[in-house]
Write a protein that binds this ligand. Structure first.
Ligand SMILES: [Zn+2]
Length: 353
């Protein structure tokens, strides 16, 4: 079994592969930003991104992406998939099944009248591309390809998939209701500041940790889960809210006294302080944390959030799928003040068992 955290710019793209019976099972969680699939270099040369290379490899091996999970609709999670669908005519044929909560399926699940919930256009409106796919939505494509059963994925479910189990922590039903009600009332996804908080020492942050919950509705709709493989737990927290995750753990009978043992945790929301709480950390028994971002756009991860990890765990390992962040965040003084380990890799991090 191998989990790969692709370098997906400021987004998430996570690839899990393992053997079940005598077949390979491939699971892709999110697709990162649009550049994660393809980008342009000098003189308009086309450069394949890590997602495209992954897809090409799967195709060459005559395998499929057996399960594609789209945690939520923010561009840093779904952009790469939209770009893939836009460019690659055979993309849908390579996907076995999709888990995705769309505005429409959420409305149906809540028995609410269908409201004007934004669908995801394949080509964003701000592009000059007037290709054939314009006006075609992501939902329409996956529905027509019959790879999406339109069943909402929600907290408390225990979903079996080819020899592994997904225990769904987020979104919650109230979270979805809130999402549904507020979708149009509030401005689009609340953006966090571009500035980092690396100007202060760990000592400073450790002295006064406060909670400052994430209020983003999109993030609150994130599909987050405990993935159980070979009796071991791996936590994929998407951009979920800390409070929702805490309630999710309680449903699966984990608490402070009986924390969920985990091999590794993909931190929620790229290590944003607003999505990490001490109460949440108390419910997780692990020493391996994964941060997925190049730090652009939102200034993630937050040093304050990482300080919470250092406060509640002994000598944890914090892993980064972009190496550039580590020395920006931690000073030599910080490292003297408290013991912790960091590592990173240029081509994304891998966890293997
Ligand atoms: Zn995100």
């Amino acid at each position: 079994m191998r989990i790969e955290f692709l370098p997906a710019y400021n987004g998430d793209a996570i690839f899990i592969t393992y053997v079940y019976g005598n077949a390979t099972v491939n699971i892709l969680i999110d697709g990162g930003t649009r550049q994660t699939y393809q980008t342009k270099g000098k003189k308009n040369t086309i450069i394949s991104g890590p997602l495209k290379l992954l897809v090409e490899g799967i195709r060459q091996r005559k395998e499929k992406i057996d399960l594609l999970i789209l945690t939520h609709i923010d561009d840093d999670h779904i952009g790469g998939i939209l770009k893939w669908f836009e460019i690659d005519e055979d993309a849908l044929g390579l996907i076995g099944e999709v888990w995705f909560n769309s505005g429409k399926t959420i409305a149906g699940y809540l028995n609410e009248p269908e409201v004007k919930i934004p669908e995801l256009p394949l080509v964003p409106q701000d592009t000059t591309n007037t290709g054939v796919n314009q006006g075609v939505t992501f939902e329409k494509l996956i529905r027509e390809a019959q790879i999406w059963d339109e069943v909402v994925v929600v907290q408390g479910q225990c979903l079996d998939f080819k020899g592994s189990i997904f225990k769904i922590l987020s979104p919650s039903r109230p979270g979805l209701k809130e999402l549904h009600d507020k979708w149009f009332r509030e401005a689009s996804d609340s953006m966090t500041s571009v500035a980092t908080d690396y100007d202060q020492s760990l000592e400073h942050y450790l002295a006064g940790l406060v909670s400052d919950p994430d209020g983003s509705i999109h993030n609150g709709s994130s599909i987050a889960f405990i993935w159980v493989y070979n009796k071991r737990n791996y936590l994929f927290l998407a951009d979920a809210h800390a409070d929702t995750l805490i309630n999710g753990f309680k449903i699966f009978e984990y608490d402070k006294k009986n924390p969920v043992p985990a091999e590794a945790v993909k931190l929620s929301h790229h290590g944003s302080n607003r999505n990490i709480s001490l109460e949440l950390l108390e419910m997780i028994d692990t020493d391996q944390f994964v941060v997925t971002t190049n730090g652009n756009k939102h200034g993630h991860p937050d040093k304050k959030g990482l300080a919470k990890i250092l406060k509640s765990k002994t000598n944890p390992l914090i892993r980064f799928n972009y190496p550039n962040r580590i020395d920006d965040i931690f000073t030599a003084e910080d490292r003297k003040f408290i013991e912790f380990r960091t590592n990173s890799a240029v081509d994304g991090i891998v966890i293997e068992e």
